[in-house]
Design a protein around this ligand. Structure first.
Ligand SMILES: *[C@@H]1O[C@H](CO)[C@@H](O)[C@H](O)[C@H]1NC(C)=O
Ligand SMILES: *[C@@H]1O[C@H](CO)[C@@H](O)[C@H](O)[C@H]1NC(C)=O
Ligand SMILES: *[C@@H]1O[C@H](CO)[C@@H](O)[C@H](O)[C@H]1NC(C)=O
Ligand SMILES: *[C@@H]1O[C@H](CO)[C@@H](O)[C@H](O)[C@H]1NC(C)=O
Ligand SMILES: *[C@@H]1O[C@H](CO)[C@@H](O)[C@H](O)[C@H]1NC(C)=O
Ligand SMILES: *[C@@H]1O[C@H](CO)[C@@H](O)[C@H](O)[C@H]1NC(C)=O
Length: 513
């Protein structure tokens, strides 16, 4: 397997380094007040992997420091995506009109297990992480359910390391019987131990973590084995899908409490947490665990989020299945903030009153996209610009695009006016992963791109050729509820609705080599 390490691609940067950003607007964090602190015309010094100085004025530095003039630009902390499945990049655009029922049968961890070789997983995972980095995400909590064999597991872990990003790669424990040979949790425990203990996979920003949806299955011995291993190997985080109401993944705080796990020293991040109850919220606060709200996904698949706006103090922002929509946290955060606003405004209208204030600020949304992500991992040094914090930074070019002319508040400029195209540079752990608007892969990007495209085409063709049947209206679903029909939109004047066909017909194109 040809590896495309961004770290290998930039060998000169491995040595001790210092970088000074000066002259621009900095969205720093004030430890004392725990709030954003905007500095104009300030400086940030990065030494190796950390921010070593944040100043309101110029800093004098020794020779050998790389000095970056950021006049007119905005230096912000990198965004944190707390829910992702990087391996699914190869399906891009196939799921534009998909539903969760269809997703499980065609694109999910069990259905798709047989479509990917280890190399396919490597390429698809790396593509997903690079896409995120390009869009300003520096930390990802990946629910990596491409653990279908020792080889596919190792491939996704290697890709996460090679990306150079801070990927908390959540090895997923699940019984895979949709691929030969079967791959069951017992063997996965051994595989996980081998990967986590391998010295060759240390010394990068990526950290091996755990994803597990089996709490609700009640196999206490299996849960015990996973938790014991997590404690023994000092795993930084455990993530689990929690989608309730009519949906079938009740890995909720109440359940974790009953299993005696909520007081664990390892943080849990519960993704979606749709329909989380008041008691569940109380438990998260008491034991300091977080949820990952993935707004676009929860709209796209219909999870909805009737109660999530009530637990934003223990909430972060995530992406989920980025082959169906955007992978940047900026878009997600923008959607979420306006959704929360709508929900809270509606309560006032419902009382026949007129709201005087705006219920959610851009600062709050910005913190959810950055600082809260760090806190969900119990990392005080992620998602902020402060002395001592990790140097995970995004430089926004706020001087070029017409959308950004005239900005005053940098937080509002980013959250409401910028697009990912305005991201000029990205650093993780003090290393450039994007610079002058381009990913730092030197000569490797073209070769990587061609390999990924060939792999994605193969996978897409196979998926379409062996298209799985989806349950019909009136049939029973996996959780015993009936399959129903959503009212389809009519977006066309006169006859027809404009729903159209998707562009799957283009399949079969060949990648030029
Ligand atoms: C979306 O479109 C594709 C291609 O036409 C089709 O196979 C698929 O079933 C559609 N999905 C849904 C949920 O309608
Ligand atoms: C997978 O890795 C584990 C741990 O090294 C090992 O015990 C197991 O035999 C491996 N499985 C295969 C099929 O090689
Ligand atoms: C995995 O399979 C074992 C039996 O082989 C079963 O006891 C366990 O509950 C299963 N785990 C999950 C998460 O489904
Ligand atoms: C958590 O609570 C359970 C049940 O009350 C207890 O058995 C366990 O020792 C506690 N664990 C920690 C880390 O405090
Ligand atoms: C509107 O108010 C009614 C009763 O006053 C309540 O039952 C309902 O849940 C409210 N709806 C919303 C969206 O707040
Ligand atoms: C701010 O918080 C970070 C993270 O805890 C810490 O590393 C750093 O020392 C603090 N900085 C100051 C100036 O207190």
């Amino acid at each position: 397997m040809r590896l495309f390490s961004t770290l290998v691609a930039a060998p000169g940067l491995a040595a001790a380094s210092s970088i000074l950003f000066q002259g621009g607007t900095i969205i720093a964090f004030d430890n004392a007040t725990e709030s954003l602190r905007v500095i104009r015309g300030g400086s940030v010094l990065v030494t190796d992997d950390r921010i070593t100085k944040v100043s309101e004025s110029a800093i004098s530095v020794s020779k050998g420091t790389e000095v970056v003039d950021i006049t007119g630009k905005i230096l912000a902390p990198g965004q944190i995506n707390t829910h992702f499945h990087g391996w699914q990049t190869a399906f891009k655009t196939l799921g534009s009109n998909t539903s969760l029922v269809e997703y499980f049968n065609r694109y999910g961890e069990y259905a798709a297990a047989d479509l990917f070789s280890a190399e396919d997983v490597y390429l698809s995972q790396l593509a997903g992480v690079l896409e995120s980095v390009n869009g300003g995400v520096t930390t990802i909590l990946d629910h990596a359910h491409h653990t279908w064999s020792n080889d596919t597991s190792e491939a996704g872990w290697k890709a996460s390391i090679d990306s150079g990003a801070r990927v908390f790669w959540g090895y997923t424990f699940h019984n895979i019987t949709t691929r030969e040979p079967n791959f069951l949790v017992d063997e996965q425990l051994a595989n996980f131990r081998a990967l986590a203990s391998n010295p060759k996979y240390k010394g990068h920003p990526a950290e091996i973590s755990i994803a597990y949806d089996g709490f609700a299955n009640g196999n206490v011995a299996e849960i015990r084995a996973i938790m014991d291993l997590a404690q023994e190997l000092d795993i930084p985080v455990i993530t689990s899908h929690h989608v309730e109401g009519p949906w079938p993944l009740p890995n909720n705080p109440e359940l974790l409490l009953s299993l005696g796990l909520l007081n664990s020293t390892i943080p849990f991040v519960l993704s979606h947490a749709s329909f989380i109850t008041p008691r569940g919220m109380e438990l998260l606060r008491e034991h300091n665990h977080y949820i990952s709200i993935t707004p676009e996904s929860e709209f796209h698949y219909g999870h909805t989020h009737p109660t999530s706006h009530l637990i934003q103090d223990q909430a972060t922002i995530g992406v989920d299945t980025h082959f169906t929509f955007s992978s940047d946290i900026l878009t997600q955060t923008r959607m979420w903030m306006q959704t929360a606003r709508r929900t809270l405004y509606a309560e006032v209208l419902n009382r026949s009153e007129i709201p005087v204030n705006n219920p959610m600020s851009v600062n709050q949304a910005f913190l959810m996209a950055t600082r809260n992500g760090g806190l969900s991992l119990r990392r005080n040094d992620l998602g902020i610009i402060a002395e001592g914090a990790k140097a995970d930074l995004v430089l926004w070019d706020a001087t070029s695009s017409p959308s950004l002319l005239g900005w005053n508040d940098p937080v509002a400029a980013i959250l409401l006016h910028a697009s990912v195209g305005d991201i000029e540079a990205v650093l993780v752990d003090g290393k450039w992963l994007k610079k002058k608007g381009k990913l730092v892969m030197k000569g490797y990007y073209k070769e990587f791109k061609e390999k990924f495209l060939a792999s994605a085409e193969r996978i897409q063709n196979r998926l379409v050729a062996t298209l799985a049947v989806v349950p019909a209206v009136g049939e029973e679903w996996i959780n015993g509820l009936l399959i129903g029909q959503a009212t389809e939109v009519d977006a066309k004047r006169g006859a027809g609705t404009g729903y159209g066909t998707t562009f799957w017909l283009r399949m079969g194109r060949r990648v030029e080599s």
